[in-house]
Write a protein that binds this ligand. Structure first.
Ligand code: DLZ
Length: 165
């Protein structure tokens, strides 16, 4: 219900800052790649639509969502980027693994936001099944990759605005 009412994929493009001055990192989990690949394409096309230059979008892959934290931290330490988008998809299975991975990546990305001076965007789907994931990766609930990109642009803009004022 919350997603249906707050589908940011239907945002007003006029309200998004220009992204042409920003550099973006995107870390993508290979696990559930048919979902994360669609989210990556959504994120990339949204960044480009708002002016980001193709040469200023750096895409890297990690094996699973649990590795997004390390992937994003290593990128932050070695590349000059204004925001990092973390893309993953964790699907609930029969085991507790789902809970551990969700908890790990959520806390990991939260810690990155606390410890570094650039924003890290949480573009991780946590769904009960693959159908729900497809619905959020270009289906009836929009593409959470688009939403992550919009958030990254807004946060990069926020960071720049505070520094420059
Ligand atoms: C092991 C595992 C499982 C069961 N499920 C998922 C998943 O649904 N989505 C995902 O991104 N990764 C999954 N993984 C892999 C873990 O994220 C991680 O790559 C391994 O536990 C190795 O650290």
């Amino acid at each position: 219900m919350a997603t249906a009412l707050k589908n940011l994929s239907e945002y007003d493009p006029a309200n998004i800052p220009d992204a042409s001055d920003f550099k973006f990192g995107i870390i993508v989990s290979e696990w559930n790649h048919e979902i994360t690949g669609a989210m990556l394409e959504g994120a990339r096309s949204t960044l480009l639509k708002h002016g980001a230059k193709p040469e200023n979008i750096f895409v890297y892959y990690v094996p699973g969502s649990f590795e997004l934290t390390y992937g994003a931290q290593w990128l932050a330490e070695n590349r000059n980027v204004d925001a990092i988008i973390c893309i993953g998809c964790v699907i609930q299975g029969e085991t507790r693994h789902f809970d551990y991975i969700c908890q790990g990546v959520t806390q990991g990305i939260t810690q990155l936001n606390v410890n570094y001076s650039i924003p890290f965007i949480f573009g991780v789907l946590t769904t009960q099944n693959i159908q729900q994931a497809f619905e959020r990766a270009g289906g009836k609930h929009g593409n959470k990759g688009d939403e992550a990109a919009v958030t990254a642009i807004k946060m990069a803009h926020y960071r720049k605005m505070v520094i420059e004022e």
